[in-house]
Design a protein around this ligand. Structure first.
Ligand code: HEM
Length: 131
């Protein structure tokens, strides 16, 4: 895990949801937009992710460097698209951040609830300034 330095501004970055303890894509991968936004403004760093199935993904948190779970301070639901943008204030951007997801799904007629940990992998090479 290495730090990704972010200058002032707004950037697009490619992310991937991986299993927490294995180098394999997580079951969450299809429920998360590959494109995230990082903003470094007025001394604070924020991460905006897009959850692709707002009804299924009921909760999402990211871990800070101290291992505490951070909840989004802003959530924007797009009811028509069934997506939800969540904004987190993060202490630093690293190539790998632990996250936690809660989900609800129907499987063979039964309601399934999950609460699982994953890793968000940030591709430093993809960091691209936005306007
Ligand atoms: C069709 C209904 C689903 C069933 C029956 C199901 C079942 C399971 C089971 C049995 C595990 C292993 C956990 C363990 O044994 O401790 C698991 C892991 C996991 N599930 Fe689900 N799940 C379903 C849907 C989903 C959905 C919609 C998501 C989207 C977020 C998801 C995300 C995860 C994650 C992140 C893990 C941890 C392993 C990984 O990262 O792939 N699951 N699930």
């Amino acid at each position: 895990m290495t730090m990704i330095n972010v200058d002032e501004g707004k950037y697009a970055i490619t992310i991937q949801a991986m299993k927490k303890n294995e180098d394999e894509p997580s079951a969450m991968a299809n429920f998360l937009s590959e494109s995230a936004i990082i903003k470094n403004q007025e001394g604070s760093l924020s991460l905006i992710i897009t959850l692709l199935d707002a009804k299924t993904i009921t909760g999402f948190q990211v871990e800070n460097q101290a291992g505490e779970q951070i909840h989004a301070f802003d959530k924007q639901l797009d009811e028509e698209a069934n997506t939800r943008d969540e904004t987190f204030e993060i202490d630093q951007l690293t190539t790998s951040i632990v996250a936690r997801v809660q989900y609800e799904a129907t499987y063979q007629g039964q309601k399934i609830q999950g609460d699982e940990e994953i890793r968000l992998i940030f591709d430093e090479e993809s960091l691209e300034k936005m306007n």
